[in-house]
Design a protein around this ligand. Structure first.
Ligand code: ADP
Ligand code: LRH
Length: 478
């Protein structure tokens, strides 16, 4: 008999896709059946996501999915839809790049006490953590709301009618207790919401439910169920890291560069808080100890500012490869780059602020972005290793950025550590393999990573030159 097929719905901040996967001879065979654009939508009251439009694309993808035994949904973290007693969505979800949290996040953190907040939720301070978004919200929607659903749980609800909160993504809200892994009613109340708004937690591998009859009819999938995966895309991406040794670091590069280590337990020390590290929950009780680096968003927004499309990327990357090395770097964790806008102008200003030459061609801007990312990867990995007393022998770079050879090489150069790039679709891979495990086809995380390593062509980048020049570049940012 044919081995069963699984369907992964992976909603990234810049694009969404539906991919199919099945195990054959110890490998995962995958096939993308649908891909669609995603991004912020400016409405009069702020930046939103087009959640209903995304759901339409999910249905379109599932229509092309053959007959999968299950579907798993993952997406970016922190954002949510509010549902009323009748089950209706109360407005399009806000986008995490919306500015309404700009001042509220800091004042909330100050009045709660930043050390106290970190000791409870273990999270890095990012202005868009759900806890801050809720503290910044007011008005009718929040008052009418019965249930808060994170984006993958909202899609899961529309597919099955079942409500719940998958644990890995719940851990990004700032409302989950880092030790007990339960919702914290105190944090919910501090954010100004009734704790009953937060639905029951579910774990990766749990069955969410059967497709609603209308959805089953629409997609032609009568016998398919939805299975909870690591619904935070970064949780699934780290599952999809093809590590074969324990001393690995990862860089999940897409819109963001999520950079750090997988640990068995959170690091909740004052040093970790000061270094602004986060402890997000992964599959099988693992912890993602990492920092959010602005990532390829810097490049995406530069392209948008120049009126260029992703087809223009290869040409620009060739210009960047030919540009002068380490002429100027910026701090790729600076929140000045968070909101949509004229990224080349912001980069130029950041260079002036640090007495560096302003990149004067597009190739130079792209080079500056990639070197700044490489430098930020280096800083995050070195600090994560130090704060958790671990060694790092290899860096796995996964996600869309694994297609960027210059970024991979620069990351290896900056760190002085080999980089293994791929898979590009680590998130979909992690999503599919967790479903395969629920179906009884895979045992543990180690086996699942072995399957990933066997299934993908990976590229190794060895560090080229001594890292003195990178040490100097780093000092320019201090
Ligand atoms: P997300 O999941 O956050 O939407 P992805 O993992 O899909 O992001 O990565 C998107 C990024 O991948 C793009 O911003 C782009 O920089 C990079 N990328 C995509 N295709 C290529 C390519 N052919 N060469 C280099 N980089 C690429
Ligand atoms: C990446 C990601 C990241 C979050 C951000 C909001 O897509 O999930 O892990 O911090 O989006």
């Amino acid at each position: 008999t044919e081995s069963p097929t699984f369907a992964a719905v992976d909603l990234g901040a810049s694009s969404g896709r539906v991919a199919l996967g099945r195990l054959a001879a110890g490998r995962l065979e995958t096939r993308e059946v649908h891909r669609f654009a995603n991004g912020p939508v400016p409405l009069p009251d702020g930046l939103h996501w087009d959640a209903v439009g995304l759901f339409r694309e999910v249905l379109a993808g599932l229509r092309r999915a053959g007959e999968p035994v299950s579907v798993g949904v993952d997406s970016w973290a922190v954002d949510y839809g509010l549902i009323d007693a009748a089950g209706s969505l109360l407005g399009e979800p806000f986008h995490y790049r919306d500015s309404r949290t700009d001042t509220v996040a800091e004042s909330f953190s100050d009045s709660f006490g930043a050390p106290e907040l970190f000791s409870r939720n273990g999270l890095q301070f990012l202005p868009f953590n759900t806890v801050f978004q809720l503290a910044a919200s007011e008005g009718a929607a929040l008052e009418a709301a019965e249930t808060l659903l994170l984006i993958p749980d909202l899609i899961g609800y529309w597919l099955t009618g079942q409500v719940g909160a998958e644990l890995t993504n719940a851990s990004t809200t700032g409302l989950l207790d880092a030790r007990s892994h339960e919702w914290s009613p105190e944090l919910a109340r501090a954010a100004g919401i009734d704790p009953s708004l937060l639905p029951a937690l579910r774990r990766p591998g749990d069955v969410v439910g059967e497709l609603l009859p209308r959805v089953a009819a629409e997609t032609g999938l009568p016998g398919t169920s939805v299975v909870a995966v690591g619904s935070h895309d970064t949780a699934s991406a780290v599952v999809g890291v093809p590590a074969r040794t324990p001393n690995f670091a990862y860089v999940c590069t897409g819109t963001w560069s999520l950079t750090g280590l997988e640990l068995p337990a959170p690091v909740l020390t004052e040093q970790a808080r000061r270094a602004n590290f986060t402890n997000e929950l992964g599959v099988d009780g693992t912890v993602r100890f990492l920092r959010n680096i602005m990532g390829l968003w810097l490049l995406q927004e530069s392209l948008r500012t120049w009126g260029l499309a992703s087809d223009d990327l290869p040409g620009l990357l060739a210009e960047a490869a030919a540009a002068e090395p380490l002429r100027a770097v910026v701090d790729a964790e600076d929140t000045r780059f968070l909101a949509p806008g004229d990224m080349p102008a912001r980069i130029a200003q950041a260079c002036r602020d640090t007495d560096q030459p302003v990149p004067d061609t597009r190739g130079a801007v792209v080079r500056c972005v990639l070197e700044s990312l490489a430098l930020a990867h280096r800083r995050a990995i070195r600090e994560a290793a130090e704060l958790s007393c671990r060694d790092v022998d290899v860096v796995h770079l996964v996600g869309g950025g694994a297609r960027n050879e210059l970024l991979c090489q620069l990351t290896a150069d900056a760190l002085g550590t080999p980089v293994v790039a791929g898979p590009v679709e680590a998130t979909a891979t992690g999503n599919l393999l967790v479903q395969a495990r629920t179906a009884g086809q895979v045992a543990d995380l180690a086996e699942l990573r072995e399957i990933t390593a066997r299934s993908h062509a990976l590229t190794r980048y060895d560090p080229r030159n001594p890292s003195v020049a990178w040490d100097q570049a780093e000092r320019r940012l201090r």
